[in-house]
Design a binder for this molecule. Structure first.
Ligand SMILES: [Zn+2]
Length: 344
């Protein structure tokens, strides 16, 4: 293994272990060498980069040619995997084309909380221009990860661009060495740090009682609990889905129990309407519930939402994903889902 690959694995593990940069299997890193791009495999976690093989080799030249002709093979990129080097049979990240669009050798893509808390604003580009004026950066409006996002990036990318903010999504930095990429990531994150309110640490004993006999339990994370006690976070979170990984792991937006409504009743009410069973239930003033069998990824995504929420004020103009954008991310029956929605 080359020195740079060793360095990338170490950096990936560090970045992946920071919940303010990466949550669960989100985010990805890559290194280009000898015509091959090593990119994080789909579904693997960056924080495991040192102890597990999480990188997949992709042949760069055919992928770039396919991107130029908008070939649907660029959605999964599996056609471009170098089978001779891919002993574990891993599949490349859905965001492989984001990395391939850069000529730089090293690309880091993170779901940075500070960046996301700007990138969900309707006026994200103008506000970020104030923060990132000293960078060669570009803003990319929200597009579905895969070919649509890659196309939008290629429209906006100039040869010198090495920082991208993806609307309702995250941050990308690119450099020619791992060390330079790490420094650029630190500088970019520092430039967009947003003041965060302190999470209140509530007593969730009353909530545990309310949830008795249901399949839900209080989240053990004090920051997640802040969603139920911080009125500004809750006001923004209940507007809808802020970024793609939220809907993939926790369903659309959040479910909020009505005044005096038991959590079990809230879950039933939403289920009856034909919508997917809620995974995150907020009982305002009492706490946040997650399914008792919630996966580590669900816990991480709940924490992500709470971390973003603590950086948003109620007055900020937040843009949530549209219904069509949500449907493009999940396999729900589009028509059933549409009909289940309350009249606008
Ligand atoms: Zn992403």
């Amino acid at each position: 293994m080359t020195h740079e690959m060793t360095a990338l694995k170490a950096l990936s593990a560090r970045v992946g272990a920071d919940p303010l940069l990466v949550q669960a299997a989100g985010g990805n890193t890559s290194l280009k060498q000898d015509g091959v791009m090593w990119i994080k495999a789909s579904g693997t976690w960056l924080q495991h980069a040192k102890e597990r093989d999480i990188f997949v080799p992709v042949a760069i030249a055919p992928l770039l040619k396919a991107l130029e002709r908008d070939d649907p093979a660029c959605e999964s990129c599996t056609d471009f995997v170098r089978g001779d080097l891919n002993s574990l049979g891993l599949r490349p990240s859905i965001e492989t084309t984001v990395h391939a669009s850069f000529a730089h050798k090293v690309v880091l893509h993170v779901h940075c909380i500070e960046t996301i808390s700007w990138a969900v604003r309707e006026d994200a580009e103008a506000r970020l221009q104030e923060k990132l004026a000293g960078f060669d950066w570009a803003f990319v409006p929200y597009r579905r990860p895969g070919l649509p996002l890659a196309k939008e990036i290629r429209l906006r990318l100039k040869p010198e661009t090495n920082v991208l903010v993806l609307g309702n999504h995250g941050l990308v930095v690119a450099a020619d060495t791992v060390a330079e990429a790490e420094r650029l990531l630190e500088r970019a994150v520092q430039a967009v740090v947003k003041p965060a309110r302190r999470p209140v640490s509530p007593d969730t004993a009353a909530l545990a009682e309310l949830a008795q006999g249901t399949r839900y339990v209080p989240s053990p994370d004090a920051i997640v609990q802040s969603l139920a006690f911080d009125a500004q976070s809750l006001a923004q979170a209940r507007k809808g889905t802020l970024y793609p990984d939220h809907i993939v792991f926790l369903g659309a937006g959040i479910s909020v129990a009505e005044e005096g409504e038991a959590p079990a009743r809230a879950a039933e009410r939403i289920g009856r309407a034909g919508r997917p069973e809620p995974k995150l239930i907020v009982v305002p003033g009492k706490g946040v519930l997650l399914p008792a069998d919630a996966t580590p990824a669900m816990h991480a995504m709940a924490r992500c939402l709470a971390d973003v929420g603590l950086r948003l004020t109620q007055a900020e103009p937040v843009r949530v994903l549209t219904l069509d954008e949500e449907l493009a991310l999940v396999n729900w029956d589009a028509e059933k889902y549409r009909q289940s929605l309350p009249p606008a």
